[in-house]
Design a protein around this ligand. Structure first.
Ligand SMILES: NC(=O)c1ccc[n+]([C@@H]2O[C@H](COP(=O)([O-])OP(=O)(O)OC[C@H]3O[C@@H](n4cnc5c(N)ncnc54)[C@H](O)[C@@H]3O)[C@@H](O)[C@H]2O)c1
Length: 670
């Protein structure tokens, strides 16, 4: 009998030598929705031919029927037959077959993005966000893993939207992998184009950290939401005032929105989170991400009144429509300090937003069977939603849009959300008011790392190192960034207790250029002396200072007219690639829709060497300061201060600074 192949052997063979048995998808996993049937019959032939080119001609007669069926049933060809037989998860780095440690680390990161415990639709190779793909099909996965096992430290693998175009000779200084996702000629970048070209198998939507192998599960979103809620309370209450017993009212306990109650608990307030879908609310309750759950509005009122009078820190899920809560809190005169909304209004007509007065089931029925009527009901609901929020803001609630298109859709429904100038919204977005001016403009953004040993002890050591570095920086920090440093010291010290790890042994915190480089250098030293037992991958979310040009989100607080340009993200990816990144990626679409954003990121493998040290110093410096320079040129106050400080610290940095114009000089211009 032939012994079964080992994991290493299966990786090394890539596409198997013998046609594997047909596999069907497994019902125990969540699956991507059926995509639109958008291709003409000529395009369908092309899609099938495109899929077959991964396989020997002798298999085509068998595979053709299968791929036609997948295209018909799911709108895409995933090639389920080629799903690997081994378990999918981030293994310790030494378990990967590889010529290059850097390549082995990338394999680990890829497997983490596809781990069923981490990924949203693992068998469709989707990590998060409904369509955030790592690969378009399983042939691309198998080939890429094989190439990564083969590649040496003087070659580079080029990835075109999940497709491994090939390994090209390069140099030891070059990235091991260069990734592009969804890059289109601008005129072909409408959502319909994504449906068409993705169905043909020639492009994919990489979201931000899905197609760039840098997703670390829900931890990233918990941290970002915590920072947002903490700083929003500071804006409302003033620095140093405790949010204990103060109310944060919001909606949504889904993918990202489910982080709100956990973040509210860490920030120290009372979080009231409405969710119409009972199973989503119960799931979060059972996971321990929300403390209390009620289906009854009267009971909610009692719990909240008691929590306020006891100045509690508690999170409460209400199974029902958020508008009912806003309205009832108004009549009960319950003061809401902070308000937001994370219903999925980027997708208002197909289940992202449930209108008030209709049950969850009745809404689902109407959207499928009477879509025009459903649209009218949603718009009427949005007008009522905005009216209820307006009553609270007139009593002092600080309301912000959470990047979910609430204000955009409410304005399209003619809800009362416009500023008197009829151009702007009357409420800010979370980036305009909070993350932009308080974090990104100073260089603070979502730095993250993964311990490739897979060891919990290594992760604890990195937590301690990061806390020590930030504490030493706090001792001499200017007042403008001291609070950010303190928040992240608190976060990292409590990270272990908050049990945030899902998948690889990863951690996130916000740090500026100096902090990121100092933490990475300290990790590198600890790897060198053996205190940390294996390489550490550093990286970041694309939702950051420099990596993303997105006019309604990351760059929404750029006010010099340049927010519709994408130069910053493109410079970032090119600049990082020759300063030492182990891999770089640049994507069209991510967070917000296809065609609406250009975003990129990197991964850098620290192995304890002097070369790693030089790379991290050069690359992290540029990776953050590129964005600060651009934000300073746009005259953002925090960035003007931050880049001046950086130029004093780093004499080799010379940034073009704006001359500020007296507004009065402009008044007479018609
Ligand atoms: N968390 C963040 O940092 C962040 C950042 C940017 C954008 N967003 C946006 O937030 C939105 C939510 O993301 P998600 O991944 O959680 O989506 P999701 O669809 O998984 O969750 C949204 C939830 O809202 C519920 N809901 C809809 N209408 C409701 C209503 N009227 N009352 C109560 N509950 C209602 C839905 O049942 C659903 O469970 C998206 O638009 C996303 O782009 C979040």
């Amino acid at each position: 009998m032939i012994p079964p192949m080992t994991f290493k052997e299966m990786v090394l063979q890539g596409i198997p030598k013998l046609l594997p048995n047909k596999k069907s998808r497994d019902d125990k996993y969540s699956h991507a929705p059926k995509r639109k049937d958008i291709l003409t019959s000529t395009e369908k032939k092309l899609a099938i031919a495109n899929a077959l080119r991964y396989f020997p001609a002798s298999w085509h007669a068998v595979l053709i029927e299968e791929f036609v069926e997948e295209l018909k049933l799911y709108g895409r060809i995933y090639m389920y037959r080629f799903m690997p037989d081994y378990e999918m998860y981030a293994r310790p780095i030494h378990e990967y077959p590889a010529q290059s440690k850097q390549a082995a680390a990338i394999m680990l990161m890829i497997q983490n993005n596809l781990d069923p415990a981490v990924a949203q639709h693992p068998q469709e190779l989707i990590t998060y966000g409904g369509n955030g793909a790592v690969f378009q099909n399983w042939a691309q996965y198998l080939l890429t893993m094989k190439y990564l096992a083969q590649i040496t430290d003087t070659q580079t693998l080029h990835m075109y939207s999940g497709h491994p175009m090939g390994i090209f000779p390069s140099s030891i200084e070059a990235p091991r992998v260069v990734v592009t996702n969804g890059m289109m000629i601008p005129n072909y970048s409408k959502p319909e184009d994504w449906e068409r070209y993705n169905a043909m198998g020639v492009t994919q939507y990489g979201q931000m950290t899905a197609g760039s192998y840098m997703y670390i599960g829900p931890q990233g979103i918990v941290h970002g939401t915590t920072i947002t809620v903490m700083n929003a309370f500071r804006k409302k209450l003033g620095a140093g005032v405790s949010p204990n017993g103060r109310i944060f009212l919001t909606a949504g306990l889904g993918g990202m929105s489910g982080a709100q109650p956990k973040a509210g608990n860490i920030a120290g307030c009372i979080t009231v989170c409405a969710e119409v879908n009972a199973s989503a609310a119960i799931k979060r309750f059972e996971q321990g991400w929300v403390d209390k759950l009620t289906h009854n509005l009267d009971e909610l009122i009692d719990i909240v009144k008691e929590a306020v009078s006891n100045k509690e820190v508690v999170s409460i899920a209400y199974v029902g429509n958020v508008i009912d809560v806003w309205e009832r809190f108004d009549t009960e005169n319950i003061i809401v300090d902070l308000g937001s909304d994370q219903t999925s209004l980027h997708n208002p007509w197909a289940g992202g937003y449930y209108p008030v007065g209709l049950s969850f089931e009745a809404s689902n029925d109407m959207m499928a069977n009477h879509p025009e009527q459903f649209k009218e009901v949603v718009q009427a609901s949005l007008r009522r939603h905005a009216d209820a929020i307006n009553k609270h803001t007139s009593k002092g609630t600080y309301f912000f849009d959470y990047g979910n298109a609430f204000l955009l859709e409410a304005s399209r429904a003619n809800a009362d959300v416009m500023h008197d100038n009829h151009i702007d919204f009357k409420y800010p977005s979370y980036v305009q008011d909070i993350l932009g001016p308080m974090c990104f403009d100073y260089g603070f953004g979502p730095f993250r790392w993964v311990c490739t040993s897979g060891s919990h002890e290594d992760l604890k050591r990195t937590d301690q190192i990061a806390a020590t570095v930030l504490e030493s920086m706090l001792a001499n920090a200017p007042a403008s960034i001291a609070q950010q440093l303190q928040d992240n010291i608190t976060w990292i010290k409590e990270a272990e207790k908050n049990k945030l790890v899902v998948g690889s042994k990863a951690r996130i915190l916000y740090a500026d250029a100096e902090g990121r480089a100092k933490i990475a250098a300290a990790f590198n030293e600890a790897i060198g002396d053996g205190t940390i037992t294996a390489p550490v991958v550093i990286g970041r979310d694309h939702h950051d200072v420099s990596g993303t040009d997105s006019p309604y989100r990351e760059t929404s607080n750029i006010y010099d007219g340049s927010k519709y340009t994408a130069d910053m993200s493109i410079h970032n990816v090119i600049g990082d690639s020759f300063r030492g990144a182990t891999w770089v990626s640049i994507h069209n679409g991510g967070g917000v829709g296809w065609g609406e954003v250009s975003n990129g990121g990197f991964g850098l493998v620290l192995d304890g060497s002097a070369s790693s040290k030089a790379k991290l110093e050069s690359m992290l410096f540029y990776d953050v300061n590129n964005g600060i320079a651009r934000r300073a040129w746009a005259r953002n106050t925090g960035s003007l201060e931050a880049i001046e400080r950086e130029m004093k610290r780093s004499p080799n940095l010379i940034v073009t600074m704006p001359n500020l114009v007296d507004e009065k000089l402009l008044h007479h211009i018609q």
